[in-house]
Design a protein around this ligand. Sequence first.
Ligand SMILES: [Zn+2]
Ligand SMILES: [Zn+2]
Length: 360
Amino acid sequence: MGKTPEEEHPVKAFGWAARDASGVLSPFKFSRRENEEYDVTLKVLYCGICHSDLHFLKDEWGMSIYPLVPGHEIVGIVTKVGSKVQKVKVGEKAGVGCLIGSCHSCDDCANDRESYCTKQILTYSTTYYDGTTNYGGYSDIMVCNEHFVIRFPDNLPLDAGAPLLCAGITVYSPLKYFGLDKPGMHVGVVGLGGLGHMAVKFAKAFGVKVTVISTSPSKEKEAIEHLGADSFLVSRDVDQMEAAIGTIDGIIDTVSAVHPLLPLLNLLKSHGKLVMVGAPEKPLELPVFPLIMGRKLVAGSATGGLKETQEMIDFAAKHNITSDIEVIPMDYVNTALERLVKGDVRYRFVIDIGNTLHAT
Ligand SMILES: [Zn+2]
Ligand SMILES: [Zn+2]
């Protein structure tokens, strides 16, 4: 210890970091470890801005390590591979998502569910095996063990594909795990933001009927005409909600604000599943009677394991599924974060790192 972020490793790196819980980002010189035999080095071209970046920047989850370079929707071109690397070659497109380490020996790791490993290492604001701090993708280069690198098929655009690495897998995984991917099923998606719009796209590609449930009637046109949802429910419209009682097989709930669960449980058929992927800061009230009477399930789901993330990326490439994005230059990032707080983005900001991050 005692070395500055710039001195601790041999490879010079540059990015934008927050220095404290104000969360304001500014240029930051640091370093990356030498590319070892199982490592892949990426020249970062794009990085998505995830809602959890905001929470980390402001230390809202109490686990932030400053200086903090966020970003876990990282895509770019492979510039270096270690001698043992088999997954990618120099010159290929690749990405790194939410994880850069896990124990490889627990039950979850053994079953390709690294996102549930209790010893997982998140991509940034964590400590690596060598004791140094991990920095995320708002930076020019990334060094990562190949196990946590995702291959990007050539036809998948890097900019609009970047958000698949967190937003995409976070909705794809529960749709698959909870069996909500069978043609003919009826799936509800609560909230139409970064996660919700991806859930609609994947669910439609699985061939299920999709109903978007939102507090904003203004989103109906967008949900149906642009994203291809089959129907739309305004959650505050009691008549609409009542007419839809008992019609949905499963719901992906992406809302991270406190909200009532009873109206959603009522929408489910018997044996239906309500899956929470948004993370409200306060506990929600859970009415048990409707659960018992309908043998309904309330569950949570994190991102997916690496094998499933690759499967999701390949599926997205095959079905032309990408995120709707607003590409921004690096120096717009603080404004973008302010807009993200207000939900003022359709649906994901992606930073054009390759063209707009200039070392100072
Ligand atoms: Zn994320
Ligand atoms: Zn593990």
